[in-house]
Design a protein around this ligand. Structure first.
Ligand code: PMT
Length: 406
């Protein structure tokens, strides 16, 4: 008998999506094993799945209501179709059919499982199970690639005799393996417990007068994704945020600032005790020399503004660096790697994340990013287009690896 106390799944809310494949029967054992580990399991069945296993089986095994219909009257979960999306610590779809993968890759929301996937911020695992030819089909592989790029974790299918009589890749891994994948995920991703991570996000506003400012297009999405990921990995996170319209991620201490000078002061106040700093903010390099007390009135001819330099916060952090792992971003529109490498050196950083901000799907305001991470150790890794949240974990993997042990 396994004991719940030792498992990283203890107390976790696992949303288990079951889609319509013959391997749906194995999902029953997944529920049982997850519960033995101390997890709460909430099952969502697609219409297809109900042809293979009954709702009653999952209800009895999970001891929770089972969702089979987006339009049914909700009796247990508070409000609506996104309650489970919010509750979930992790979502596992097992088995995941080719049809499900195709719909997920397109971001469809035509049933409760698809809606939950789109609405959740929890990590999502999919375990494909299907006939080998369907699995190897280029379209299925492209769908899986797209899902990976959006941060989905794909559990590779096992090879062997399949229900359709053929043999090859496409078998759902055994329930014990699926549960182990989730357990390991929660174990490895608590690697920042006891560490203080300081993150900056958003742009700065440099006032010209009471109603106007110089600013930039940063929305804060990149920095907020890093803060959220660090908090989920157990760090004590301080997020110094410029003026952005985003909700504070759970477990994060947020300090709001407006100008580069305010960001400088807030960051320096937290720096000495930080283990890692990730500077995703787009800080204005200049500010108007004078800030008019009243709204500037228009006159004939041109208006000349004199700008003065703002502090380079990251450079100062580099000069004062002690135990901290320092990560900067480089927002470039040309010679991306060359300029980023210069900043890595000049600002005394451990890593720099170079993004080409001339792309529409990367850099400012997009939900996705496509970067090259340059390391002080000479490493140079390219990361394809993916969600900012998925990229946040990749950056934090590098940070965790560079932190002094203990
Ligand atoms: O917020 P989003 O809409 O999600 O967009 C994300 C982003 C494009 C803003 C982000 O991915 C990014 O590239 N952030 C850095 C933007 C930037 O200011 O880059 P830079 O190359 O000008 O600066 C290099 C580094 O020095 C940055 O880490 C910056 O925070 C820091 N810096 C810059 C100027 C300054 N005065 N002080 C600084 O600390």
């Amino acid at each position: 008998m396994e004991t719940a106390g030792a498992s990283s799944l203890l107390g976790k809310h696992v949303v288990l999506g079951v889609t319509g494949g013959i391997a749906a029967y194995k999902a029953v054992e997944v529920v049982s094993r997850l519960r033995k580990k101390g997890a709460h399991v909430h099952v969502i069945m697609t219409r297809g799945a109900q042809n293979f296993v009954t709702e009653l089986t999952f209800r009895e095994m999970s001891d929770e209501p089972v969702i089979t219909d987006m339009w049914a009257k909700v009796t247990h979960y508070h409000v609506e179709h996104i309650a489970l999306a919010k509750l979930a610590d992790v979502v596992l779809v097992a088995p995941a059919t080719a049809n499900f993968l195709a719909k997920a890759a397109c971001g469809m929301a035509d049933d409760m499982l698809m809606t939950t996937l789109l609405a959740t911020k929890a990590p999502i695992f999919v375990a494909p199970a299907m006939n080998t030819a369907m699995y190897e089909n280029a379209m299925t592989q492209e769908n899986l690639e797209r899902l990976r790029a959006h941060g989905f974790h794909v559990v590779e299918p096992a090879s062997g005799q399949l229900a359709c009589g053929t043999s090859g890749a496409g078998r759902l891994p055994e329930p014990i393996e699926l549960v182990a994948v989730l357990e390991q995920f929660f174990e490895s991703k608590r690697d920042l417990v006891g560490r203080k991570v300081l993150v900056t996000a958003g742009g700065t506003h440099e006032p010209l007068d009471p109603v106007r400012y110089l600013g930039n297009r940063s929305t804060g999405k990149m920095g907020f994704a890093v803060a959220e990921a660090a908090a989920q990995r157990g760090a004590d996170v301080v997020l110094v945020a410029g003026p952005v319209g985003l909700e504070t991620p759970a477990g994060v201490r947020r300090v709001d600032v407006l100008t580069a000078q305010e960001m400088h002061d807030a960051v320096l106040a937290e720096y000495a005790t930080a283990d890692a700093v990730i500077k995703a903010a787009a800080v204005a390099d200049y500010r108007p020399k004078e800030r008019a007390g009243q709204k500037i009135k228009k006159k004939d001819g041109s208006l000349l503004l004199e700008l003065v330099r703002n502090p380079d916060i990251l450079k100062e952090l580099g000069e004062k660096k002690q135990q901290q792992v320092l990560v900067g971003f480089a927002a470039e529109t040309e010679r991306v790697i060359e300029y980023a490498a210069g900043k890595l050196e000049k600002k005394n950083l451990d890593f720099i994340v170079a993004n080409d901000v001339s792309r529409k799907d990367a850099g400012f305001s997009a939900d996705t990013n496509c970067v090259t991470i340059l390391g002080r150790d000479g490493t140079h890794t390219e990361h394809p287009l993916m969600s900012k949240r998925a990229l946040a974990d990749i950056i934090l993997d590098r940070v965790a690896g560079a932190l002094p042990k203990g």
